[in-house]
Design a protein around this ligand. Sequence first.
Ligand SMILES: *Cc1c(COP(=O)(O)O)cnc(C)c1O
Length: 405
Amino acid sequence: MSQRNKSTIAVRHGIEADKAHGAVVPPLYLSTTYSFADFDTKRDYDYGRSGNFNRDVLAEALAELEGGQRGIITATGMAAVHLVTQLLNHDDTLVIPHDCYGGSYRLFTSLAKRGLLKVEVLDLTDSASLEKLGAIKPKLVWIETPSNPILRLTDIEAVVKAAKSVGALVAADNTFLSPALQNPILFGVDIVVHSTTKYINGHSDVVGGAVITKTAELGEELAWWANNIGITGAPFDSYLTLRGLRTLKVRLRQHQENALQIAQYLEQSPFVSQVYYPGLESHPQHELAKKQQFGFGGMVSFDIKGDLTTSAKFLTSLAQFSLAESLGGVESLICHPATMTHAGMDAQARLEAGVGDTLIRISVGIEDVQDLIADLEQAFTQLNEQPASDEAKGFKLTPAHTALW
Ligand SMILES: *Cc1c(COP(=O)(O)O)cnc(C)c1O
């Protein structure tokens, strides 16, 4: 097939694939089992864990969007992360970044504790730490760029070069940008992982994951493992996720247009001490972002001037942002990483990851940006106008949960 542009892939893949009735939209196949065509003659599918039409349509679309050979759809993003670890034996080393997604960090370190693999933690945003790969001799290097929550970038090409020189595979968690805005395989990455829960589905109503491989062989091996350990995704989840994927590019265009305006607004606000957004020229890795990304994404973080109480007051004064974890849906979400997404980290690790009490993370939605900015402005203004009441002064944020992510 001639190469299609991303919008066309996302919108058209699977359209008119139905052979029975010519349905324009791929129908939903819920059947867990399929009849044999004849004795010892299977059809395309035999059993729902091993193969399903809706999963396949989504997997093919994602593989084509990422420029990979094979896609595997898993039940959750964490199942996708877990699947990749099946490539490692107990004496193989996995290098992970110090600020990777908390759930991934917890999984990798807990597998290491049980002796199932070895883990080395490096700051991969710092190219000097790449020199250590020679001594570590990893089997796999894990990257996540931009990082959560302060949007630090890792130079994908530099990591791939260093990893290849020691014979290591590279996996990239591309959840924060989606295939619309970054394609790690273009830079030589072997495996791309997504929590499709986020931008790919984009409507905050499906938890899911995907693994995309650069080569068919690696795809075959991981697909075998996905069936073996039984972590493939549900058909209806794939159906919904494909429906979300149809609008990926237009959604991302609006997410990042709104995000840039909000980042620029925050940067000039007297209530804000620092803004983290790769699209701002003040971002230390703005040039790297332009080099390896097709856009700057919809996530913006900032430090509010003040303390925990200021953060709490600000966050509870907003009307157009939901105080919630997760990201990538059409609706704007705002979160306080220190007491929410990163509450399970100890204070020192939190500090190293740049997660202080005044850090606030926004998953910028696709609402009218003027309404979003007006809401931020009224919440900031309240910090000045109403001196904290006794009740507000004594307000202590109770983490919604103390579990990790
Ligand atoms: C959410 C997320 C995951 C985990 O995905 P789930 O769908 O929640 O299991 C992994 N990596 C990143 C970067 C994420 O944001």
